[in-house]
Design a protein around this ligand. Sequence first.
Ligand SMILES: NC(=O)c1ccc[n+]([C@@H]2O[C@H](COP(=O)([O-])OP(=O)(O)OC[C@H]3O[C@@H](n4cnc5c(N)ncnc54)[C@H](OP(=O)(O)O)[C@@H]3O)[C@@H](O)[C@H]2O)c1
Length: 316
Amino acid sequence: MSTKKTIAVVGATGAQGGGLVRAILSDPGHEFNVRAITRDVTTDKAKELARLGAEVVAADLDNPESVKKAFQGAYGAYCVTFFWNHFSPEKEKDNAKTMAEAAKAAGVKHVIWSSLDDTRKYIPLNDNRMPTLMGKYKVPHFDAKAEANQFFTDLGLPVTILNTAFYWDNFIYFGAGPQKGPDGKLAITMPMGSKRLPGIAAEDIGKCALGIFKAGPKYIGKTVGIASEFLTVKQMADEFTRVLGQEVGYNDVPPEVYRSFGFPGAEDMGNMFQFKRDFEKEYTGSRDLNLSKQLNPSLLTFRQWLDKNKGLISIK
Ligand SMILES: NC(=O)c1ccc[n+]([C@@H]2O[C@H](COP(=O)([O-])OP(=O)(O)OC[C@H]3O[C@@H](n4cnc5c(N)ncnc54)[C@H](OP(=O)(O)O)[C@@H]3O)[C@@H](O)[C@H]2O)c1
């Protein structure tokens, strides 16, 4: 039997968890075994992880007993929630509590909780610069994660709170990429003004997480904010112009216009970008580029990420 420590990874078939599973499997030091958690071990994605060498197990965050079982015997656990699957901050908090309790029950030695900032520290609910959403949030998918930090800390878990950043992959999979306007010209639409947006390749979040696990106790009890670069939307649009060989502009809409776009989560996203725009100094200040690079020396720049992924950008 292997004596290597096992890291249990939630969301293993997804962006963050998938990045971590692959990072662990391709780590030259082979320091850890990886247990990939999925709701369905029979999907192609799950089978691919097994083929690559992961132990693949079934668990559902909506079923606490299954999560307890999946964490059993693990040295580490990577915990992440899936706001965009259900749009419910309350469910996000329930799911985080489930993972914290499962980690406690299993005696996990190092938990990484993938979190985000509490925007209400900067914009209290009675501040009308942006609407309050769902009665008690400014940016529900941020605020709920931040609230959930306490489930991990209150139980006295050996936890690293990992504050992640905007995935550049949103330009491919989340409808944020260049789109043709009524004038036929390509543009990226975001309410960021000329402020810098901390960003990262999704796969690099998992690689940073591996760096945190490898560092042992160093980051236990700490909050670590990661990003690869802080770029203005104009700078990113210019990179798109370069790789696509056609002009990509920046459509800088006001946040209230973005909030009115009507797609699911538009208000949440509009508030999120407004927070990042209006609190650029604080938000960029909470993401450490040097530390991110230290944790993950192969951290991609936006240019490198775009060169690698340009074939996946579909222009509408
Ligand atoms: N997009 C961004 O820029 C960004 C930036 C920072 C943070 N985030 C946060 O990242 C989180 C999502 O992480 P992600 O992007 O890695 O997700 P993802 O790529 O959408 O992956 C979701 C994975 O989670 C699994 N899953 C879904 N519901 C589950 C459940 N009830 N129990 C167990 N597993 C479940 C699914 O796997 P199976 O189907 O195999 O079970 C799926 O592969 C969100 O909360 C979001 O707010 C996103």
